[in-house]
Design a binder for this molecule. Structure first.
Ligand code: NI
Length: 208
């Protein structure tokens, strides 16, 4: 398990280096051309990211990747029992959408995918997503569907339990993905990235 986490951690660092490198490249390129250019954010180079899935939304309807493929999305994976990180990150999405110009915010679908489907029933998801945003879509699947989408989005998750716990908790990756049409991944926001960073990046992305 530790080895797996290490590999994932290094993969994320590697992706980060690629993003950083691309940013520098575009900056240098625009400076050398002698003009100030607004460059539409380059997609994150990540092969094998996203793809097909079938899940159930917080209204109990079956949804697939095709329902979201052409939309801009802010996606977060977590679980409703999470005491701190998940609510903070979802709140961040709420604030970022509030920070954005309404016409941009309206184009973005916020999505919360649970990695704890055993406790996160449709009912639990419905009451939970309502706490954050009226358009937040909660998605859950069977254990197998959950594993499939988590793998596709490079999300690590594991059940954690020790003798002092009455119940289990979940250990999981915490990223907010900004994606666009054709499943293009534009940015991976980390816990350190505040709502204003997310809003600023998206605003710049839409500035043409
Ligand atoms: Ni969490």
């Amino acid at each position: 398990m530790n080895k797996k986490r290490l590999i994932r951690t290094f993969s994320i660092i590697f992706i980060g280096l690629i993003i950083g490198g691309l940013g520098t490249y575009f900056q240098i390129k625009s400076e050398s051309s002698g003009r100030v250019a607004t460059i539409k954010s380059a997609p994150v180079v990540a092969s094998d990211f996203g793809g097909e899935f079938t899940l159930t939304n917080h209204l109990g309807e079956t949804v697939t990747d095709k329902d979201f493929k052409d939309k801009y999305r802010l996606i977060y994976f977590g679980f409703t029992y999470c005491p701190a990180i998940c609510p903070t990150e979802l709140q961040k999405i709420t604030m970022a959408l509030k920070d954005l110009d309404a016409e941009i915010a309206d184009q973005i679908t916020p999505i919360f995918v649970t990695i704890d489907p055993e406790r996160d029933t449709v009912e639990a998801m419905k009451s939970y997503v309502g706490l954050f945003h009226e358009r937040l879509i909660g998605l859950r699947g069977t254990a197998q569907q959950t594993k499939q989408i988590a793998d596709a989005y490079k999300i690590y998750y594991a059940r954690v339990k020790d003798d002092t716990m009455q119940d289990y908790t979940m250990d999981h990756s915490s990223f907010i993905y900004f994606m666009g049409p054709n499943d293009t991944l534009y940015r991976i926001f980390k816990v350190d990235d505040k709502a204003d960073v997310i809003a600023a990046f998206i605003t710049e992305h839409f500035a043409k």
